[in-house]
Write a protein that binds this ligand. Structure first.
Ligand SMILES: [Zn+2]
Length: 221
């Protein structure tokens, strides 16, 4: 026997539906007896079973989708596990990400704020390092999400860096930082600009290629 969730109202007839958790919901008039409702349910049992099987399969599929999803961090893919007992909305233990069960939109918001924090922690010291070592003076540095750019450098030597780069390997982050730092002395992509980039980072072309091939993955959140 199926235990239904019964909603009584002023309606005149009985109706059945299966909710998003695959539970049976019966809408019934106030006067309908429990036996009447059970009889109605047993008459429709085939429909109920089929519908419930379908919704349960979809629920399972959604769950798999979540447990299968992975997160990019510093060029490596890590599994993403949903765990509602997690205290933090998102955490990373070096092997996997754990995230509280949210809808897709909120997961992506939490991921973004986590990525931004890590970028500030991991990437900004690299900017200071290259800036000091090669005497490339920067005015202001801003870390933000940018739709099309990985980084930019203004005429006043203000540098913007796209924190989504934290998903890329370290050498790629270094390349974008070096690229923007060199713009503080060369405001174009002339031969001299590329020569300077190459002096600082002899294998910069690998990083540039990685970004060209994989850049879209960093925007897929
Ligand atoms: Zn440039």
């Amino acid at each position: 026997m199926i235990t239904p969730h019964i909603i009584r109202s002023k309606r005149k007839t009985l109706s059945l539906s299966i909710n998003e958790n695959a539970d049976l919901v019966v809408r019934a008039p106030h006067r309908a007896s429990y036996d009447e409702i059970q009889k109605f349910i047993s008459e429709k049992s085939t429909w109920i079973n089929n519908k419930q099987r379908l919704i349960k399969a979809q629920l399972e599929d959604n769950e798999n989708q979540h447990s299968r999803s992975q997160c990019l961090y510093l060029g490596s893919l890590y599994p993403l596990k949903i765990d509602n007992s997690n205290v933090e909305p998102i955490s990373f233990n070096g092997h996997m990400f754990t995230i509280t069960n949210f809808n897709r939109e909120r997961i992506s918001l939490h991921l973004k704020s986590w990525y931004k924090k890590r970028f500030i922690e991991v990437a900004l010291p690299r900017l200071s390092y290259f800036s000091d070592k090669y005497k490339l003076k920067v005015n202001q540095v801003k870390v933000k999400e940018q739709k099309t750019l990985w980084g930019s450098c203004s005429s006043k030597n203000n540098i913007n860096l796209n924190y989504l780069l934290i998903m890329a390997p370290m050498k790629v982050i270094d390349y974008v930082i070096v690229h923007e730092l060199v713009h503080t002395i060369h405001k174009n992509h002339s031969a001299k600009f590329w020569q300077k980039v190459e002096t600082i980072m002899p294998n910069y072309k690998d990083a540039r290629y990685w970004l060209k091939e994989n850049g879209y993955k960093l925007r897929r959140l």
